[in-house]
Design a protein around this ligand. Structure first.
Ligand code: ADQ
Length: 469
C-alpha cells in the first residue's frame, strides 16, 4: 500500500500522542496504523524565518516532519488570513472578518513554503491528504512544483453559501487553487452543495464533481471506555459529591465565538428566570479553555463571558448553590469523559460547526441504562446524524431555555429511545469509517486511472461521479 502523507497546519509531537490525545491524530489513527505514513506541518514554534528544511522524527511506521513558522508568517498566515479572515467567513460571520492584503500575501507565502519543504520528501506513489482551511492553496503549490501524486483535501469547518464565501476578497483564487485536488471532502451535504456552487461560479465546474460529504466521527468504543473507567475516579467523584444530588448540565468547547457561549449562558439564565421550578435543582458546568488568546476578538469574548456568568450567578445563586461553574483552564480529556458521563444534559450549541465532536463524545460517554439528554444546535454538522437530540436555534436563548426544560423533564423511556438511536449513529460512523470512505474516494479513482491510460489520473477524476457521502 502506498504511503499516506498527512498535511495539517499543526502537527503535534509524537510523544504527546497517547491514548488521551484529541484532535486529528485520533481521527486518523486507524489509517496510519495500517500503512506507512508521514505527518507534515507546523511544529507550533516560531522562528525569525519559516524553516525550509523540516525536522524529522520517527515513531513506529510514521515519520513526523515539522517546520517552525517565521514571525511574519505566524502573524499574516496564521493569525491573519487563517484565523481573522477565513475562520469567520467559513462560519458565516462576514461582518467580523478582517481582511488585509499583507495577510493574503503571507497566506500564499506560507502555503508555498509548506509545499516547498514537503516536495523533496515525497515519493512518486504517495497519497497526500491535506487538512483544513489553513492549506487551501497547498495542492496548487505542490502541482506548481511538479508533484503529480494524488492529493486530497478535507475541510473540517463549514463551507458557507456562495454569496457569503464570495465576500472573501480572495475567494476566486482560493477556489481555483482548490481545483488542483483529486478529491475534496466536507462534513455535510449542505457544505458540499455550497462548495460545488462556489466552484461552479468560479469557473471550476469540473472540480465541483470531485466534492463529497464525509461526516467525521469519533473512536466511540475508546471514548466509552475512557468515560466508564473515569466515572469512579477521584476528580469525577469530587464533582459528583459537590453537586449534592442536583442535575448536572455540561458544556465543553474551545473558547471560540463560533461556539455560541454567550447565547448558551443567556439561555441557562433564561431557564432559571422563566422556569423557576428548576432553580437550585440544576448546575451548569462549562469547560472552555482559552484558545487563540492573542487575538482581540477572543479577548473580548472572554470578557463578555466573565460578565454574564457573574451576572447570572449573582442574580440566582444561593448560599449553597451557584448555577454556573465556568472553567477556562484545560481539563484532561479522560476527566472530561468522566464528567460527560456524570452529566444528565449535554449542552452543545455552536452558532455554526463543521461537525462538533463533543456532541458525539457526549453520546458515547452515556450510561446505557440511564442516558442523559443531548441539547444540540441545529447548525452543527452533527445535527444531521444525531436526530435524537433536542435541537435548538443556538442564537435564541429562549429556545435554549425551553429545550433545557424539555430535557430536565423528559421521561426515562423517551431519554432511552432518543439516546439509543444516537448511539447507533455514533458507533456506525466512526473516525475509522470516515477515513476509509475519504481515502476510497481519493485512491479508488486514482487506482482505476493508473490501470487505464497514462496521465489519466486527473482526467478520470474529473469525469468521475461525486464521491458518496
Ligand atoms: P473544533 O472546533 O476544535 O474542531 P470539536 O469538534 O467540538 O471542535 O472538538 C474537537 C475535539 O476537541 C474533540 O475531541 C473535543 O473533545 C476536543 N475539545 C473541545 N473542547 C475541549 C475542551 N474544553 N477541553 C478538552 N478538549 C476539548 C474542528 C471543527 C469541528 C469538527 C472538528 C473535527 O470546528 O466542527 O467537528 O474540527 O473535524
Amino acid at each position: 500500500m502506498s504511503r499516506l502523507v498527512i498535511v495539517a497546519n499543526r502537527v503535534s509531537d509524537p510523544r504527546e500522542r497517547g491514548a488521551a490525545a484529541g484532535g486529528l491524530a485520533v481521527g486518523l489513527k486507524d489509517a496510519v496504523a495500517r500503512r506507512d505514513a508521514l505527518w507534515f506541518g507546523w511544529s507550533g514554534a516560531t522562528a525569525q524565518q519559516t524553516a525550509t528544511t523540516p525536522r524529522i522524527q520517527r515513531a513506529g511506521r510514521t515519520d513526523y516532519a515539522t517546520i517552525d513558522l517565521g514571525e511574519a508568517d505566524y502573524r499574516h498566515y496564521y493569525q491573519g488570513f487563517s484565523n481573522a479572515a477565513l475562520w469567520p467567513v467559513l462560519h458565516y460571520r462576514l461582518g467580523i472578518a478582517r481582511f488585509a492584503r499583507e495577510d493574503w500575501v503571507g497566506y500564499r507565502r506560507a502555503n508555498a513554503a509548506f509545499a516547498a519543504a514537503l516536495a523533496p520528501l515525497l515519493r512518486p506513489d504517495d497519497t497526500i491528504w491535506a487538512h483544513d482551511f489553513h492549506l487551501f492553496l497547498l495542492a496548487a503549490e505542490l502541482r506548481a512544483l511538479g508533484c503529480r501524486q494524488r492529493i486530497g483535501f478535507f475541510l473540517h469547518v463549514p463551507f458557507p453559501p456562495r454569496q457569503v464565501f464570495m465576500g472573501l476578497p480572495n475567494a476566486q483564487a482560493v477556489l481555483a487553487a482548490l481545483a488542483a485536488c483529486d478529491a475534496i471532502g466536507v462534513q455535510t451535504e449542505d457544505d458540499a452543495e455550497n462548495l460545488r456552487g462556489a466552484l461552479i461560479s468560479a469557473g471550476e465546474a469540473a472540480a465541483a464533481l470531485r466534492v463529497g460529504a464525509f461526516p467525521i466521527g469519533i473512536d466511540a468504543a475508546a471514548f466509552t471506555t475512557l468515560a466508564t473507567r473515569r466515572s469512579g475516579l477521584k476528580e469525577v467523584e469530587r464533582l459528583r459529591n459537590s453537586l449534592a444530588g442536583r442535575v448536572l448540565a455540561i458544556g465543553v468547547d474551545r473558547l471560540d465565538y463560533t461556539k455560541g457561549l454567550p447565547q448558551r449562558i443567556a439561555g441557562f439564565g433564561a431557564l432559571l428566570a422563566r422556569f423557576p421550578r428548576h432553580r437550585s435543582r440544576v448546575t451548569f458546568l462549562q469547560v472552555a479553555p482559552v484558545s487563540r488568546g492573542d487575538v482581540a476578538t477572543y479577548r473580548a469574548l472572554r470578557r463578555e463571558l466573565d460578565e454574564s456568568v457573574g451576572r447570572i450567578n449573582g442574580q440566582h445563586a444561593e448560599p449553597d448553590w451557584a448555577p454556573i461553574r465556568y472553567i477556562t483552564r484545560a481539563v484532561a480529556r479522560p476527566t472530561l469523559a468522566g464528567y460527560m458521563r456524570l452529566a444528565q444534559i449535554g449542552l452543545v450549541t455552536p452558532l455554526r460547526d463543521g461537525m462538533n465532536l463533543v456532541a458525539k463524545e457526549y453520546v458515547a460517554a452515556q450510561d446505557p441504562s440511564d442516558p442523559g439528554v443531548l441539547v444540540l444546535s441545529r447548525f452543527a454538522g452533527a445535527a444531521n446524524e444525531l436526530d435524537g437530540a433536542v435541537l435548538v436555534n443556538p442564537l435564541d436563548p429562549d429556545d435554549i431555555a425551553e429545550a433545557l426544560d424539555v430535557a430536565l423533564t423528559m421521561p426515562a423511556e423517551e431519554r432511552m429511545a432518543r439516546w439509543q438511536g444516537m448511539d447507533a449513529a455514533v458507533r456506525s460512523n466512526t473516525a475509522a469509517v470516515w477515513c476509509r470512505n475519504f481515502l476510497a474516494a481519493l485512491e479508488g479513482e486514482a487506482e482505476v486511472a493508473e490501470a487505464g491510460q497514462a496521465g489519466g489520473r486527473r482526467r478520470l477524476a474529473e469525469t468521475a461521479t461525486p464521491p458518496l457521502s
